[in-house]
Design a protein around this ligand. Structure first.
Ligand code: MIG
Length: 653
């Protein structure tokens, strides 16, 4: 049962596609306390045993209880435990206990979720304006609530099958030669691969939809050569459009009025990678169609996949920011005196970092520009969380027009619920930390709840230097995430698989992915078609088993399997909890598979660095095939079944 409540005059986010009559003018709803004075506030009294699921791309655990979260799409590359906002805004939670209730707060600006942080039994959701839709969903189980929610937000985006291959990425591949090296080394080492990503370095001066001709001569031909090697090149597209005379996209955008404007009608200017830029007004349907149409510049050269970045949108600084920086320097000099500073500069440190942090992604800047939404000017901060969604929608809608029958790869950094119909997401700038393997794992089911099925993290870690063992363990989780991509930041240790000793271990782990692709893609397609979750917390299927509910380092995969990756260093295995009997299977480096029935309960399983563990649920089986070097080369005639005798599996495509 879904109820829709209307407060004030909400912005139409188009997150929900189903027409549901709204109940308005209500002072109360039967589920909790509502106040619409001084903004909106909803309070719900939690039972001791209630688990709170949801919030999609958010920090901390699968059970969100005990902390606070703020939906405010933010480019923050430091995902430390205290952070409350990441790149996405996914305002859907499910209270699961004696009853199962879902709440979706369709509100496009900053909204806070205090989930037993201030008071342990109190759930408080608040935002500064009482203009929103609240959807309340009552179900028989947490999963039932999720399925009803998924039904009203529309079917998830479907990625092409090749996108289930392995991808290599690095910020810093500068030329066609760099890319060729990556491909050659993967191929000569027989480590399967389908995609190589082009980060901002492929562009001419970071201008969207341009290619540096010196470093990537005859780009169309290069794309084709890669295709012949069964490699898809996946270029990045940034949100900001460089201001440069003669750059057609800039000039057209200005002429048509398709960039975000200041109150006085002039274009808003912000600095990002290309230097001074304008933001395409993706909330304006005409501008959206125009910007999306630009993707054709690259698809016409054979490109069939994209990743959209910097679309919170991230801002390095604005003119106001520079002024603030100058002012801070002046104040500093005034306070301490230039003579003293010259005499002993170390004694009076200038907090440059603090000041830069203040001018970057500054909240005041987000109040300085407007969107033209069907003729009405809407200040950006009021709809901030919709930018990445609509940039990706621009691409998704356009790609459908450009090639109606072709599936294209598309994923975004920033998102809001609704964007799941147009693309997937990756989880942004994690670090080469063991704790981030676990964070990756925990985010996956929460994202699936909100419709984001094609998703994954930067395997090996984006920031800081990775290690061989970290990468191997992380890949053994990535084997199961729809997006399986090794990506890292400029300046970090090189982390392509061939940079490390004993390449055969990487060949094996990634090879296991290819053995599972028919099953994983089928599970993915079923999840799209049935509004199901590709990954589920154990508590979704075993709600009565407290131990299962509290297990947050294992996930159910489809209806047949469970994953339990190793995520700590210098260990030869881990403890697992089985809520029911399962078959423990381990893909061994010699190509054979260890199979062992384990009883319900706790076990310690040994998993070496070069092994991939998986559990098959009681009475089930999954299809596996022989290893292939790319998705196209998978030979379905080698398919056999792994798991319980007598079980059957039906593939979906
Ligand atoms: O300010 O394009 O999250 O994946 O490599 C950094 C460079 C901009 C952030 C993305 C990351 C990408 C990087 N980008």
């Amino acid at each position: 049962m879904v109820e829709k409540y209307l407060f004030g005059s909400p912005f139409e986010t188009e997150a929900v596609t189903e027409q549901i009559p709204a109940v308005s003018d209500i002072g109360a709803i039967p589920y909790g306390k509502i106040s619409v004075e001084n903004g909106f506030c909803f309070q719900y009294q939690m039972e001791d045993t209630d688990v709170i699921y949801g919030l999609g791309e958010a920090n901390r655990g699968i059970n969100k209880r005990g902390y606070k979260y703020v939906s405010h799409c933010t480019d923050d590359p430091n995902h430390t435990e205290e952070k409350t906002s990441l790149y996405g805004a996914h305002n859907f939670i499910v209270v699961s206990g004696k009853q199962h209730i879902g709440f979706f707060f369709d509100y496009p600006s900053t909204i806070s979720f205090d989930i037993g942080y201030t008071k342990q039994d109190l759930l408080t959701i608040s935002c500064s304006r009482a203009d929103l839709y609240l959807y309340v969903i009552i179900g028989e189980s947490a999963y039932d609530v999720v399925k009803q929610f998924r039904k009203i937000i529309g079917k998830s985006y479907v990625a092409p099958k090749y996108a289930f291959g392995f991808g290599q990425s690095r910020w810093g591949y500068k030329s066609a030669a760099d890319i060729e090296t990556v491909v050659q080394r993967y191929r000569e080492n027989q480590v399967p691969i389908d995609m190589v990503y082009l980060d901002i370095d492929y562009m001419q001066d970071y201008k969207d939809f341009t290619v540096n001709e010196e470093r990537f001569p005859a780009f169309g031909q290069f794309v084709q050569e890669m295709k012949d090697k069964k490699i898809h090149l996946i270029p990045i597209i940034d949100a900001g459009v460089k201001i440069e005379k003669g750059y057609d996209i800039y000039e057209e955008g200005v002429e048509k009025g398709y960039f975000c404007k200041r109150e006085d009608g002039s274009e808003f200017v912000a600095s990002v990678w290309p230097g001074w830029t304008h933001f395409p007004d993706v909330l304006n349907p005409d501008a959206r169609a125009w910007f999306g149409g630009k993707y054709e510049i690259l698809t016409s050269l054979g490109i069939d996949g994209f990743w959209n970045d910097m679309n919170e949108p991230a801002i390095f600084y604005t003119e106001e920011g520079i002024r603030a920086l100058n002012q801070a320097i002046v104040e500093h000099v005034k306070t301490f005196g230039i003579d003293k500073m010259i005499d002993n500069p170390d004694a009076i440190p200038f907090d440059a970092r603090g000041i830069l942090e203040q001018i970057q992604n500054n909240s005041e800047d987000y109040k300085r520009f407007y969107h033209n939404v069907n003729g009405k000017m809407v200040r950006h901060d009021l709809v901030h969380n919709l930018f990445g969604y609509n940039m990706t929608r621009a691409a998704g809608e356009a790609l459908k027009k450009i090639a109606p029958d072709k599936k294209m790869l598309l994923f975004s950094r920033s998102s809001y619920i609704g964007m799941h119909r147009y693309g997937g997401i990756w989880t942004g700038d994690n670090q080469s930390w063991w704790s981030h393997i676990l964070l990756n794992l925990k985010m996956m089911p929460s994202l699936n709840m909100c419709g984001f099925l094609y998703t994954g993290a930067d395997l090996g870690g984006f920031g800081s230097d990775t290690t061989r063992d970290l990468l191997l363990r992380w890949l053994a989780l990535g084997v199961f995430t729809p997006l399986m991509r090794n990506h890292t930041a400029l300046g970090t240790r090189e982390q392509e698989c061939y940079q490390f000793e004993q390449i055969e271990d990487f060949r094996h782990v990634i090879g296991v992915r290819y053995r599972l692709i028919p099953y994983l893609y089928s599970t993915y397609i079923k999840s799209v078609q049935q509004d199901a979750m590709y990954f589920r917390p154990l508590g979704f299927d075993f709600a009565e088993d407290r131990r299962a509910v509290e297990t947050e380092d294992q996930l159910l995969l489809g209806d047949e399997a469970m994953i339990a990756p190793v995520y700590t260093q210098n260990v030869s295995g881990r403890t697992i909890y089985l809520p029911e009997e399962m078959m423990f299977v381990k893909f061994l480096p010699d190509g054979t598979i260890h199979e062992e029935i384990l009883a319900q309960g706790t076990h310690y399983v040994e998993v070496a660095l070069n092994e991939v563990p998986l559990f098959i649920r009681k009475g089930k089986c999954i299809p596996i095939v022989d290893v292939a070097q790319n998705v196209d080369a998978i030979d379905i005639s080698t398919m056999k079944y792994l798991g319980y005798d007598g079980a059957a599996y039906t593939l979906a495509e």
